[in-house]
Design a protein around this ligand. Structure first.
Ligand code: FES
Ligand code: FE2
Length: 449
């Protein structure tokens, strides 16, 4: 059975349970009015993961963060200064930037040539004397959006009065700092357009009830049904799943199951050594990684043994999941569509430790044989595609996420039916209820930050 823990300590006295208990009515997923309330109460109020600091290495580097109908530019304005602005010229409202990311020496509007410094200050107005009165740069500089960084990740917030990012993330920061994500390297960035509400996607990744049915391969890799779930204030949560083991609902196999064999071999271990003692594999892998890491040029630093073998998934409200192994990090989640509650965009960023490259090529050994090393010298292209490309096999976000994505539009269509009113949840789905309770509190204006 999954364990569900309410963790009160969060850096302040906020209660872990939301003041509301929300009903998961179908209209939450289909209604334009709900979508508008989410925009007012959540998207324009909360800290949101926007991109990576590694894309802002040099002064003038920028990336765009598109959310609903908004476009926000995040730019390195100085060696130790990152700014974010609404991507809109203060002359007559033209979009200033196009494309996902790039480099500029100054910010110029292509329409009438207004120019802004990298700090957003209006610097030049062509034929300025023809404005009467003259344009006041303090009133016509770019409109700022709050920005903060943590562990190589860049976060934005449209609410000027929200608490600091550190307060919003609470104890999640100290739990994740030992991984040193700032040292990880981006190896893949993908965005898939989905015919599903953003919360249909969220709910899928907040429960493991479906795992036996659509991810049968998990049963011989991880113990999903025995996860530990922690709920935090504001709607955050996490689930911790033991890896290098088998599903505890089934009898323990006598020999190393097929899915684990290549993983052990990649670590230079002999799967036959575990005949009759498959339960020992997990701790043996933890010890083997400790031995192998210095040889392969990696330092696990402050990570616990569990962090070397297990898969932890953190959910940062409202839309950022992080699936974490010691060597690989996925940051993923849905962004709402500008106008259609039945659609969203699903982003996935894959990052790996740099040692992944050396270990694969030189020795035939790797610290995490569960994934292919993809660390390259060049930043990967941002792949953009839609759900049909996943179902056809043209693009993959890994087999597990592909399996999820194949179902999501059917979930959405079902919830739009006259034959469906409300969802009902079990203990495996407790994180869904937690998320929706807090979501409702945010939408009701009970939360700031
Ligand atoms: S709208 Fe940008 S310069 Fe006119
Ligand atoms: Fe899934």
């Amino acid at each position: 059975m999954p364990q569900v823990t309410l963790e009160e300590s969060f850096g302040d006295e906020r209660p872990v349970q939301s003041p509301v208990k929300s009903t998961l009515a179908a209209k939450r997923y289909t209604s334009r009015a709900e979508m508008d309330a989410e925009w007012a109460g959540v998207w324009t109020q909360s800290w949101l993961f926007a991109g990576l600091e590694s894309d802002l290495a040099d002064v003038g580097d920028y990336f765009l963060y598109e959310l609903g109908a908004e476009s926000i530019v995040v730019i390195r304005s100085g060696p130790s200064e990152i700014n974010a602005f609404y991507n809109v010229c203060q002359h007559r409202g033209n979009r200033l930037f196009a494309g996902n990311l790039g480099f500029v020496q100054q910010i110029s509007c292509p329409y009438h040539g207004w120019q802004y410094g990298l700090d957003g200050r209006l610097a030049k107005v062509p034929d300025a004397e023809r404005f009467d009165p003259l344009v006041d740069p303090t009133l016509r500089s770019l409109k700022p959006v709050r920005v903060a960084t943590w562990a190589g990740m860049v976060w934005i917030n449209m609410n000027p009065d929200a608490p600091e990012l550190e307060e919003f993330l609470g104890s999640i920061i100290e739990r994740l700092n030992p991984y040193r994500f700032q040292n990880f390297v981006l190896v893949q960035q993908q965005t898939v357009s989905l015919g599903a509400n953003w919360k249909t996607v969220r709910d899928n990744f907040l429960e493991q009830y479906h795992v036996d049915f659509i991810h049968p391969q998990h049963a011989s890799l991880v113990d999903c049904c025995n996860s530990t779930n922690v709920l935090w204030p504001l709607g955050h949560s996490c689930t911790m799943v033991e890896g290098y083991t088998t599903d505890s609902r089934y009898p323990l196999p006598e020999v190393t199951p097929p899915h684990l064999i290549p993983l052990l071999q990649g670590l230079g271990m002999d799967p036959d050594d575990f005949r009759g003692r498959v339960a020992d594999i997990r701790s043996a892998v933890q010890q083997r990684k400790r031995v192998l890491a210095p040889e392969l040029g990696h330092d696990y630093g402050d990570l616990s043994d569990e962090q070397l073998s297990d898969v932890w998934q953190f959910d940062i409200f409202p839309n950022t999941f992080m699936t974490i192994q010691a060597e690989e990090l996925w940051i993923y989640g849905p962004r709402p569509h500008p106008s259609d509650p039945g659609k969203c965009f699903f982003d996935k960023w894959t990052l790996q430790i740099p040692a992944a490259r050396a270990s694969d090529k030189d020795r035939g050994l790797t610290l995490n044989p569960g994934f292919q090393s993809q660390v390259e010298d060049e930043r990967p292209e941002h792949e953009q595609f839609d759900q049909r490309d996943v179902v056809s096999g043209k693009h993959s976000l890994t087999i597990t996420i592909d399996q999820d994505i194949a179902y999501l539009p059917d979930m959405q269509r079902g919830m739009q039916s006259r034959g469906f009113d409300t969802a009902v949840l079990n203990i495996d789905e407790a994180r869904i209820q937690h998320f929706h309770d807090w979501l409702q509190a945010w939408m009701d204006g009970q939360i700031s930050g």
